[in-house]
Design a protein around this ligand. Structure first.
Ligand SMILES: N#Cc1ccc(Nc2nc(N)cc(-n3ccc(CO)n3)n2)cc1
Length: 286
């Protein structure tokens, strides 16, 4: 169920850091199409040698992404297995992970953030309609294909990355570390259902509107576990309508979380202009 890419058709360029249990590099792949050699810029995601036993789950995550196509889902060209290297070949997304972009950027507008939130909600709605659970929604797994330039009046464009190795294989400490993105019910069963993605969406909304700051970042795994045991909520954003949506998504009872359609409807009903004016000037528009 995969396109196998030959090792010799890949060129490795600079390393770009690492995800969890993988490291990523820029590269290119060549392929022959109607006798013409094409070279495509790609992102090469290599599974760490010490997690080689997770290669099935690594590729399972990638195959989820290549079975379906959607404008806000990352394109996976295929995989390449050569000697002990398990490589996922992805489309190269120009501006990389959203969490780093938000941390580095100073002047990202509220409407820019809302645009990104709507695009993520659309991707989730698409997956929900196909009854596919992603299982690892977070700003680190949102990739920025287009920055969006307010003066040129064009908006950002994001792609949801692959979910990576399933938590069931990664063990309890990784699951604890993923609090508050991982839904509370997952801690017991390690089973992920559609509602889990709604919880993670709420946590990711919090990240986006807090400029990429990781929620609960100061807490250690035990304190993170207690956060769930005490049915705690994230610190409330001052934009109450958005804070309400986050609370709805981060309901401890999975069945009380909103559908994607409801999430999209609520995002569309948020008025950014008033909020921005109020936020910027401290006064309400006339
Ligand atoms: N400086 C810089 C820079 C870094 C990366 C990209 N591009 C890219 N393309 C992808 N397909 C996936 C990723 N990822 C980044 C983290 C993860 C973990 O999931 N993926 N980055 C562009 C610029």
């Amino acid at each position: 169920q995969f396109h196998m890419i030959k090792h010799e058709d890949l060129t490795w360029k600079e390393s770009l850091g690492q995800g969890s249990f993988t490291h990523i590099s820029r590269g290119s792949k060549t392929d022959q199409r109607d006798g013409v050699t094409h070279s495509t810029e790609v992102l090469l995601k290599v599974l760490d040698a010490n997690h080689k036993n997770c290669w099935e789950s690594f590729f399972e995550a990638a195959s989820l992404m290549s079975q379906i196509s959607h404008k806000h889902l990352l394109l996976v060209y295929g995989i390449s297995v050569h000697k002990s290297k398990n490589v996922m070949v992805q489309e190269f997304v120009k501006h990389g992970a959203l969490d780093l972009y938000l941390k580095r950027s100073t002047s990202v507008s509220v409407s820019w953030k809302l645009d990104v939130a709507k695009q993520l909600a659309c991707a989730l709605n698409f997956l929900e309609e196909k009854n596919i659970t992603h299982g690892n929604i977070c700003a680190k797994n949102l990739l920025l294909a287009r920055e969006g330039d307010p003066s040129a009046d064009n908006s950002p464009f994001i792609k949801l990355s692959d979910p990576g190795i399933s938590m069931a294989l990664l063990g309890k400490d990784v699951v604890l570390d993923r609090i508050p993105w991982v839904a509370p019910e997952v801690l017991d069963t390690l089973e992920i259902e559609l509602e889990c993605d709604k919880w993670s969406f709420g946590s990711t909304l919090w990240e986006i509107f807090n400029n990429g700051e990781a929620p609960l970042q100061g807490l250690d795994p035990i304190q993170k576990q207690q956060f769930y045991e005490h049915f705690s909520n994230l610190p409330v954003l001052e934009w109450t309508e958005l804070a309400d949506l986050i609370i709805q998504c981060m309901q401890y009872q999975p069945e009380l979380r909103p559908s994607c359609r409801s999430i999209i409807r609520q995002l569309n009903s948020l008025i950014t202009s008033d909020y921005e004016i109020l936020h910027a000037t401290g006064t309400h528009p006339k």
